[in-house]
Design a protein around this ligand. Sequence first.
Ligand code: FES
Length: 653
Amino acid sequence: SQDPLVIFTPSGKRGRFPAGTPVLTAARQLGVDLDSVCGGRGICSKCQITPSYGEFPKHGVTVQGGALSEWNKVEERYDRVRGLKSGRRLGCQAQVLSDVVIDVPPESQVHRQVVRKAVTQRDITMDPATRLYLVDVQEPDMHEPSGDFQRLGEALRTEWGIERISAPLPVMSRLQPALRKGKWQVTVALHKGHRDDHHRVLDIWPGFHEGRLYGLAVDVGSTTIAAHLTDLVTGEVTASAGVMNPQIRFGEDLMSRVSYSMMNPGGAAEMTRAVREALDRLAAEIAAEAGIEARDIVEAVFVCNPVMHHLLLGIDPVELGQAPFALATSESVSLDAAELDLTHLNPAARAFILPCIAGHVGADAAAVALSEAPEQSEDLVLIVDVGTNAEILLGDRRRVLACSSPTGPAFEGAQISSGQRAAPGAIERVEIDPATKEPRFRVIGSDLWSDEDGFAAATATTGITGICGSGIIEAVAEMRMAGLVDDRGLIGSAEQTGTARSEAQGRTHAYLIHDGIADGGPRILVTQGDIRAIQLAKSALYAGARLLMDEIGVDEVDRVVLAGAFGAHISPKHAMVLGMIPDVPLDRVTSAGNAAGTGARIALCSVAARAAVEKTVRAIHKVETAIEPRFQEHFVAANALPHATAPFPNLRG
Ligand code: FES
């Protein structure tokens, strides 16, 4: 008679195996993704499966022709001590006895799917670079002298098929005590990056190590640094934290930091030290917040713009400040976290920095590409990450182009008369009644509009302190829609607009949003200068997008994705009224939230993704806006609201 047939779900992989074959063995032979840390010793419980064809009582009665061996001693003990969920079996203990269908639950898959909480619902497939392995090492023998490390390597080869290992000093020094304490059984954390030809031992524990491994996904922005502590097995974010980038004291924007480094000997090194110290502190804080040992953080992935990238690595960014804007390296960088002075991670932790796309388009844009995957898109997608610089990607399956555009900091509330960063007290939403020309607004930290009951009380603690980037964009767009501003961006006088809120300011006018009388706060106005600043910023953004569209010869895109923390707050309608983005049906404009941070998390969870992003970045066609004469033409035409010549048909009605 034939050997029993085994079918695994959800993979559908199947094969016949001699009766008595452990399920884990069958899974491995078929290439079914079934996890194991202990190598089948019945210790780690990572190999849990659910028999789904027939009934499988614990004490081996065969039902309906399907049976997975008798409940053996190892499983019984595991269940008694640790508790197995009902219906679950240990895949390494249960044996195939007759035809069976076996389900591998998501928790038992190494390459499990992690559902993203972000707006775009593409999932992350786990493929971590660092994993735990339990292994039994041969005891030393005087007659056949070999090092403990070599015997560890030998054991990993025979038991796990791992060809070659290396161990940095912090691990080598702990190897011998761990082996002896564990009675020649140890758990090792092995790391293999996408370009590595061998595994690195990052840590070693006597016996079976119960603990978890974590990684940090870090978005190093010029203003803020945000880190997400991520479980390297489940892909879940355990804790998040952010700090201001301490380099701000050397210059608000990137170019002023580049000039700081040019003007001050040792300036770059100073900025490097500042950002590394902040990252190290952040790592310690986030570990404390999550209640884990910082030593369990074995990896960190960084995304950042080119200047931050160089400063983090300790490379003087001077070349990025002048044409031809050469990067020190355009490939991803893998190194020991210790080389970045990150003392609060595991001493052997690894760091990975995504590749920069070009001298102006950084690893953060690469992370956006990884998160939004334009190279897989069927339709032509324009992805805009708005910050002090706008990074713009345009493409589909056929090709992807990238550029950056010097929008300046106006979209972040800087260079605006009442502007401020997005923080409690800042006006973030504005509406203007087209009939009465009266405004209403909402302030960060309160859910109420300014004309609603309780608004005064809700904002009493923060006060109304200014207007942030999304607030100024909405204000200007609403002013345009209410006829307070003409298509050239000029604010009309009180007579022209019919509202006393239009105040004369020298030869120009300003629109009063909030008089500050009731709350004793500042008067908040939108001045002619503010509108000019927004016009410059939005023209730069639009011109960058147009330049990429020219490059592939199209007049329209199929959809627009607004990325970045800021992108998440801009309303698509207002962005389009201003002509920040090319005309497209409003329902084709989506927000991707912090796509750069998501990209960092994907790279942290998946070696395959690291290889993929490197490939994508290499294939991206880079367009340099600074040297492109058409950029200037597009810029000038984009100055009008929404645009001097482009029709914007989707704004009608
Ligand atoms: Fe570890 Fe089965 S493989 S318990």
